[in-house]
Design a protein around this ligand. Structure first.
Ligand code: NAD
Length: 541
């Protein structure tokens, strides 16, 4: 293997399946869903060769049917976390010395397994455990994860090819070593693909990883571990622990071998991780790399020249797909007075046709929000708007948690551009609209920039080229992913590398070379073919 070059996969995204009525893929995913729904699966911890089933367990309950128990996962103790880290470190040298071609082959096989035999399983697990519709599951758990696994191999190869110049008697090369210790991957509930990518990207670059998924994504995380196993990933390269996040994190962050944190989740948790690393800084051998993609308060700005139908569709898809539980979900919208009636009328027409229910029923555009805490938090914002003189609910505002955590798509209209729902991340199906005077569009753009501490995604919709240029300049730092005449969500690996700055994260762009660079510590190797044997330089003669 070392005596050959290796062609990396072509830069191509996984095709999205349609799941049309009576199609094979639709029948297969429904059958898989039904069998997984009645299985009562028991999920272990994955530590090296061992799959550990602890006595302390937590139930997995679908958000759309929260009284139903579909399985349980193991709750780890302190010793399990220490064992997982030590186990990873014990296989580190072997993994570091595994050629990149071998590592790439393992993750390519993982991608093929997900695209093929595991597709319906990983989609069904995401539908059951995270309440995604089949389309939302397919673009996340199947396609995005396959894309991450495949395209990262291309980016790894590009990094390895970046080499210094070799001149005359001196040869120079960069060896892209993995980090010296372990990487701690902490992942959110809302994307199966993020769970898989945050551990796999670091492992692909030769690192060993401790993975702590969200309690609300454990079902699909288990399928990912099955895939990695079947693909031939050596045991211990990625160890998975589930349980109390603070306890697990405190142990990981007090370990002198911590070399990196790969986090996606909320801003407050990320800040707490960063400050713990700061407090522990004297115990580490390395300065740990800290990569975090966090919250957002993503905007749509509609210029007076924009087509109202395009605006309302961007609001509905951008704000309500996956119940607004995407970090990129549109949640504050600025529309001009001259078009406001038309846009709101379109929204009423479109939203009145949206139904919610179990993802098992394919006609629904929306399902439930992830858990009771989230439901209660979102409801609080809705109630605040109902009781405020600055705001009114113009569409939706209903909720019911008797069977599942269902909240209807809700539009708040506010006269206060700094109303609480224009500033705070809600992470639910709630969009707030502010109407501006057409002539004030430039001032309102400045308002967009200053309203929230986040800077993740944003969209500017306009039919006037000059205004687009103006918006790009005014909103230079307002969003890490900026969309023109589109919704602000739905980034595709390889096409729209994803991430934001300010309180939204370190902007290391998941699904790109920039992210992979954080998981290597390059060593420069200079070799002199004709070393000098006397110290004086010629000018001294
Ligand atoms: P979360 O912050 O509650 O949880 C994320 C992870 O951190 C989970 O594994 C959780 O168990 C763990 N965690 C929770 N509290 C912790 C603590 N005190 N110490 C250590 N770990 C802790 O986030 P979530 O609800 O799972 O996901 C939603 C959030 O993630 C939103 O804020 C969303 O914007 C963000 N997100 C951002 C991106 C992005 O790319 N910017 C992508 C997806 C989600």
């Amino acid at each position: 293997m070392k005596n050959s070059m290796f062609k990396v996969p072509e830069l191509k995204n996984e095709d999205i399946k349609d799941y049309l009525k009576n199609s094979n893929e639709r029948i297969e995913v429904k059958n898989t869903y039904d069998s997984m729904y009645s299985q009562n699966i028991k999920i272990p911890l994955y530590i090296g060769e061992d799959e550990i089933y602890t006595d302390e367990r937590k139930n997995i309950t679908p958000p759309h049917d929260h009284k139903k128990v579909v399985g349980s996962f193991s709750v780890c103790n302190k010793q399990h976390v220490k064992d997982a880290i030590n186990n990873s470190l014990s296989v580190k040298t072997q993994w570091t010395e595994t050629s990149w071609q071998e590592r790439a082959s393992i993750f390519l096989k993982a991608a093929e397994l997900i695209a093929g035999p595991y597709r319906s399983k990983i989609n069904a697990a995401t539908m059951i455990g995270q309440s995604k519709t089949i389309f939302q599951a397919e673009i996340d758990a199947a396609c995005e994860l396959v894309d991450f696994l495949k395209l990262n191999i291309v980016y790894m190869n590009e990094i390895y090819q970046e080499q210094p110049i070799t001149v005359g008697e001196v040869s120079n090369r960069l060896e892209y070593r993995p980090l010296e210790g372990f990487v701690y991957a902490i992942t959110p509930f809302n994307f199966t693909a993020i769970g898989g990518n945050l551990c796999a990207s670091a492992a692909l670059m030769g690192n060993v990883v401790l993975w702590k998924p969200s309690d609300h994504q454990v079902y699909s995380a288990k399928i990912i571990m099955d895939v990695f196993n079947e693909a031939g990933l050596p045991k211990g390269v990625i160890n998975l622990v589930t349980g109390d996040p603070v306890m697990i994190t405190d142990i990981a962050l007090k370990n002198s071998n911590l070399s990196g944190i790969h986090f996606t989740g909320s801003t407050d948790v990320f800040k707490s991780l960063w400050s713990k690393v700061g407090s522990n800084i004297n115990i580490y051998r390395d300065y740990p790399r800290i990569v975090g993609e966090t919250g957002g308060k993503d905007f749509i700005f509609s210029h007076p020249t924009a087509d109202s139908k395009i605006v309302s569709t961007a609001i509905v898809r951008g704000g309500f797909e996956y119940q607004g539980q995407k970090c990129s979900a549109a949640s504050r919208v600025y529309i001009p007075k001259s078009k406001s009636k038309e846009i709101i009328q379109n929204l009423e027409n479109q939203i009145s046709t949206i139904t919610m229910g179990s993802p098992r029923d394919f006609e629904h555009f929306m399902t439930a929000v992830i858990h009771e805490n989230s439901f209660d938090k979102i409801v609080k914002y809705i109630e605040t708007a109902k009781n405020s003189s600055d705001a009114e609910i113009i569409i939706g505002g209903d909720y019911d948690k008797s069977k599942g955590y269902f909240i209807s798509p809700t539009i708040i209209l506010t006269s206060n551009p700094n109303f609480i729902t224009m500033e705070k991340e809600i992470f639910g199906p709630v969009v707030t609209i502010y109407i501006y005077e057409d002539n004030d569009w430039k001032e309102t753009l400045s308002l967009v920039d200053k309203t929230s501490m986040y800077a993740l995604t944003g969209a500017f919709i306009s039919n006037d080229r000059e205004t687009i240029d103006y918006a790009l300049k005014t909103l230079r730092y307002s969003a890490g992913n900026f969309y023109i005449n589109d919704k602000p969500s739905g980034a595709v690996v390889g096409q729209q590398p994803f991430g934001g700055s300010r309180a939204s994260g370190t902007n290391d762009k998941a699904g790109s070379k920039l992210n992979l660079l954080r998981w290597v510590s390059p060593r420069l190797i200079k070799e002199n073919f004709n070393p000098p044997s006397e110290y004086p330089y010629p000018y001294m003669a």
